[in-house]
Every structure is written in structure tokens, then in C-alpha cells.
Design a protein. Structure first.
Length: 150
């Protein structure tokens, strides 16, 4: 946090109005909210985040976004928000969102990773052909490599 404060020019986090919950007990949640340390964000830090770190959706080249739907680290609502940004910038055709219905952070199979990369390669080349691994086992490990049929 000290590094973020130094780089951004102040406190980048504000939780003055944040209500925390999830203990499973209303009284415990209330006690947590009364006792949690509160911070106010510095306007300079927020401005620097907006200018230098916030995504815009302006894509010069194609981008594939792959995410597990039950990722506890990178929450699923980030992907549709970014998709909306690309759409509002007129770049929706350059962004390919791929949702994997699974729990875990980046718990992709080999087939999913290679297929996603192949989709990116095809998009960069201006092709829209599907490209999939020829075969895989039940755990998603590749048995035969990916081939491109042109």
C-alpha cells in the first residue's frame, strides 16, 4: 500500500461508505463495520488511477479475455464491464470474451488455453474460422496438437 500511495500521489482506497458483510451473522457483520478501519481516498490518487490505470476499451489490436466464471480473485463482473467499454468505443469486434464455467483462478485446461490463443491468432490474421484441439482426454489435457485447416 505504501508503494501505491507513493506512485499514485496519495491514498488510492476509500472505504468510508463500504458496508462489509459475509460472516453469516448480522450482529457480527454490524460489529465488523463499526470496528473496521476507514480510509479516505486522496483526489490526486484517484485522478492518477483514472488517467493512467483505468482501462478504456480502446483496442488497436484484437484481445481475447478468458476467465473462469467462479474465480474468487478476478471476479466475473469485470469481464462484462470491459466488454461494455470495448462496445462503447466501437471495438466490440476486437474483443473476444471467453467464459469457462468453473471455480478457481485461471484453472484452464490445456485445450482452453491453446484454443483461446488460436482464436487470438486467427483474429489478428483477420480470419474467423474456429480452431480447436483435435482431441483431448477427460481432464482437458491435449492428446493431439492443434491444427489449422485453411
Amino acid at each position: 500500500m505504501n508503494n501505491a500511495k507513493q506512485i499514485l500521489g496519495g491514498q488510492p482506497f476509500d472505504n468510508r461508505k463500504k458496508v462489509y458483510f459475509g460472516t453469516g451473522n448480522f450482529l457480527e457483520d454490524a460489529r465488523l463495520n463499526l470496528q473496521v478501519q476507514r480510509f479516505s481516498a486522496d483526489p490526486t490518487a484517484l485522478q492518477n488511477i483514472q488517467e493512467d490505470y483505468e482501462t478504456t476499451g480502446k483496442l488497436a489490436i484484437p484481445l481475447v479475455g478468458i476467465q473462469t466464471t467462479k474465480d474468487p480473485v478476478q471476479l466475473i463482473w469485470h469481464l462484462p464491464l470491459y466488454q461494455e467499454k470495448t462496445s462503447s468505443q466501437g471495438n466490440s469486434e476486437k474483443f473476444i470474451p471467453i467464459l469457462i464455467p468453473r471455480y478457481g483462478h485461471c484453472t484452464f485446461t490445456e485445450v482452453e488455453v491453446i484454443s483461446s490463443f488460436a482464436m487470438l491468432v486467427l483474429k489478428v490474421k483477420g480470419q474467423n474460422q474456429p480452431l480447436l484441439a483435435r482431441s483431448s482426454n477427460a481432464t482437458g489435457r491435449i492428446i493431439r496438437s492443434v491444427t489449422i485447416h485453411e
